[in-house]
Design a protein around this ligand. Structure first.
Ligand code: ATP
Ligand code: MG
Length: 270
């Protein structure tokens, strides 16, 4: 079953049709460069949107805007009906937007488990969950439920055998999976993935595909997937958007995008 079929298989009454994310004329300029050019996009809940396009097309900049790292120069970003254009990255992450980066952002000096715990720390309202884990036994009980969640996700991402190893010692593929684990551990509503297969071996790519499929099937998870591995993105996405020079060149099903002559000329044919 692919994701489109999984979405159709949702039980009646499941709120799959509401727009989780709405981008209205989002523009990002760096001096004279228009990196994102009046992008308008509605993303319904549960949809997996593949975002493709040549190097420099503005894909990462668009994810930066949606995740609050870069306020758009113009336009609006609406999450679940609320304007979040000026919200900070930490506010957005606490309200269900999680992401991975093109270059992994793991903390090398922490173990795999500790790394996956960090995104949950805010849930202890500043009581220092990580400090508890690292040193204070009497407060450890409080953290057990969260640690259980950490271990579930570590296992899901195939990292159980290295869970107590410091991240700095991991090869790149496993670091990328660690970053993915960190992005999903707090059960996001909207997951933004920036080239998640880069650095992964074939088996790791397959694992990532299976985990993503499972998450989308079981939860109301909405995904924007930036990816240069065309087969990976076409196999997972319900819908593919092709960005060129910051603007939407095409928006359609994977099959439509694959045969779109403009997309072939600008990107797929290269
Ligand atoms: N911080 C910045 N300052 C100035 N220009 C930037 C900055 N970040 C990105 N750009 C420019 O914005 C444009 C879009 O870059 P972006 O990284 O979003 O592209 P991309 O589609 O993610 O490319 P790639 O596939 O190579 O990752 C490029 O022209 C890039 O040089
Ligand atoms: Mg990029």
């Amino acid at each position: 079953m692919n994701l489109a079929q999984a979405a159709q298989a949702r039980p009646p009454g499941d709120p799959g049709g509401e727009n989780v994310l709405r981008l209205a004329d989002v523009t990002v300029r760096f001096g004279g460069i228009t990196a994102v050019d009046a992008v308008t996009l509605d993303v319904p809940g549960g949809q997996v949107v593949g975002l493709i396009g040549p190097n420099g097309a503005g894909k990462t900049t668009l994810l930066d805007s949606v995740s609050g790292l870069r306020t758009p120069t113009e336009g609006r970003i609406v999450l679940d009906g609320a304007d979040v254009t000026a919200r900070t990255a930490s506010w957005l992450s606490r309200h269900g937007i999680r992401r991975t980066f093109q270059r992994h952002q793991a903390f090398g000096w922490l173990t795999v488990r500790q790394n996956v715990l960090v995104p949950l720390e805010w849930r202890t309202r500043g009581r220092g969950l990580l400090g508890d884990l690292l040193g204070l036994p009497h407060r450890r009980r409080e953290t057990e439920a969260l640690l259980q969640r950490v271990d579930e996700v570590v296992e899901l991402c195939g990292l159980s055998d290295v869970r107590d190893v410091s991240a700095a010692t991991l090869p790149i593929g496993r670091l990328r999976l660690l970053e993915f684990a960190r992005a999903i551990v707090d059960s996001p509503r909207l997951l933004l993935l920036d080239e998640p297969t880069s650095g992964l071996g074939q088996r790791e790519t397959e694992l990532l595909r299976e985990v993503l499929l499972g998450l989308v099937r079981r939860h109301e998870l909405t995904v924007i997937l930036v990816e240069h591995d065309v087969d990976f993105v076409m196999g997972l996405a319900d819908r593919v958007v092709c960005l060129v020079q910051g603007a939407v060149l095409a928006d359609g099903t994977p099959a439509e995008i694959r045969r779109n002559p403009e997309v072939i000329a600008a990107y797929l044919g290269n």
